[in-house]
Design a protein around this ligand. Sequence first.
Ligand SMILES: Cc1cc2nc3c(=O)[nH]c(=O)nc-3n(C[C@H](O)[C@H](O)[C@H](O)COP(=O)(O)OP(=O)(O)OC[C@H]3O[C@@H](n4cnc5c(N)ncnc54)[C@H](O)[C@@H]3O)c2cc1C
Length: 449
Amino acid sequence: MQAASDPALEQAVREIGRELHAALPSRPRHPVRALDDKAMELASRDAELRAALFRLVDVTPACRSLDDLAGHLAGYLEEVDGRSQSLDAAMRAARSAAGRRALGAAAATGVRHMAHRFIVGDSPQAALGVLRRLWDAGAASSVDLLGEATVTSAEADRYATRCHEALETLAAATRSWPEQPALEADSVGPLPRVNLSVKVSALTPLMRPEAPEVGREDAAGRMRPLLLRARELHAHLHIDMESLDALETTLDLVGELLEEDELRDGPSAGVVLQAYLRESPEQLERLLDWAGQSPRQPPLTVRLVKGAYWDHEVVEARQHGWKPPVFELKAESDRNFEQLTRRLLDARPAVRVAVASHNLRSVAHAIAYNRLAGGEDRDLELQVLRGLGDDLQHALADQGLRVRAYCPVGDLVAGMAYLVRRLLENTSNDSFLGEMGRGTPIEELLAAP
Ligand SMILES: Cc1cc2nc3c(=O)[nH]c(=O)nc-3n(C[C@H](O)[C@H](O)[C@H](O)COP(=O)(O)OP(=O)(O)OC[C@H]3O[C@@H](n4cnc5c(N)ncnc54)[C@H](O)[C@@H]3O)c2cc1C
C-alpha cells in the first residue's frame, strides 16, 4: 500500500479533483432545485433557521390542514432571531385565516419539493421512470425502501414483502433496458442491473444489543428468502449499516447467511463500512479475513461511507459518560476514509469496492489511488445519494467512471427520518457540500485532510 503522503498520489488527487470540479456547474439547474439550494444555503448559515426548517419538515405529515401547518411554521419562525423581511412577511400572513391557508400551501409545497429531491417515487413502480433516466445517463442505481426501525412482526413482514415486490418489479422492468457496458461488468464478472439496499432493523422488531442472537435469528428468517430470490433474479442485495448498536448483529447475520450452502454461489451481496468509527480499521480486517476464508463468487461488495449517525453516536456516548465510538474531528474521519479506501482497493479481488461520498477530495483520492496502483476504472464503483450527489454523478458518468445513485423509495411519512438526516448533512458546517456551497476555494477543498 502506498503511503498517504506520496507526492505522486497527491498530485493525481488534485488533477482528478480539479477536473471533476470543472465539470460540476456546467449543467443548468432545475428551478425548483435552485430554490431548494437557496433554502439549504440560508439554513446552513443560521442555526435557528435550520432548527425551524427541520421541525417543519418533521411535523408536516402530522398536520391536519394547511391552517395547522402555517400555525406550526409561524411558531417555529418566532424563535428565529434577526428574521429577514420575507420571513417577517410570512409571519404577518399567518395572522389571518386566508393568509394562513396560503402560507400553509406554500410550506407544504416546499417540503414536498424538498422530499422529491431525495425520494424518487412512492413505490418501485413509480420510481421506474427516474431509474431508467439514470441508466440512460450512465448511472446505475440502488433502491432503498423507506421505513426505518420496525416495532412489530407485522411491520417486519410488510417490509420483507415490499422488498420481494421491489425485486420482482425491478427485475421485470430492467430486462428490456439497453446495454450499458460500463455499468454491467467489472474484471471479476457481470454486475446485476437490479440493486436493492435493505436495513436489518426493518427486518426484525427484536434488535437488542443485550440479546443479539434473538434479533439475528428473527431477521435471518426474513432475509434468507430475500437472498434466495435475489439469486434467482440475478439481483444484488446490499445490507445498509445503521447505528453502532446494530453493527455486530448486522455483520454476524450477513456473514452467517452468506456461508450457508445454498447462498455460497450467489446472489451478489454487500455490506457497509463506516469510516467515522474509531474501530473501523479492525472491522475491515475482520471482513477481509472472512472474505479470505469464505471465498464467494461473486465476491462480497464493501461500500465505504463515513457514517450517517454521527450526532446520534456522540449524544448516546455522552449520555452514558463514554468516549464516543466515532472520531470527533471531521479531518480524522476523512483521513481514515482514505486509509480504508487504500486498504480496500489493495484487497481486490477478494472484495468488490464501492466508495460512497460527495466529497471531491475523498472521491478523487479513490480514483487516483486505484489508477496509480494499476487498477482499472471499472474495478472501482463510486456511489452518491440521489438529491445530494446529482451533479457529481453526472461528472463521474461523463468521464466513463462507474457510478451508482442510492435512490430512496417510499412515502413522505416513512421518509421523514431519512429526509431530516440528509438536511442535517447538507447544512452542517463541517460537511464538504456545506463548504463548497459557501464558496471555499477548490484548492483548499482538495487539500489532504
Ligand atoms: C450511496 C451512499 C450510501 C450510503 N449508505 C450509508 C449507510 O449504509 N450507512 C451510513 O451510516 N451512512 C451511509 N451513507 C451516508 C454517509 O455515511 C455520509 O453521511 C454521507 O455520504 C456524507 O459524507 P461525505 O463523504 O459525502 O461528506 P463529507 O462532508 O466529507 O463528510 C461528512 C461526514 O463526516 C463525518 N463527520 C462530520 N462531522 C464530524 C466530526 N466532527 N468528527 C468526525 N467525523 C465527522 C460524518 O460521518 C459525516 O456524515 C451513504 C452515503 C452514500 C453516498
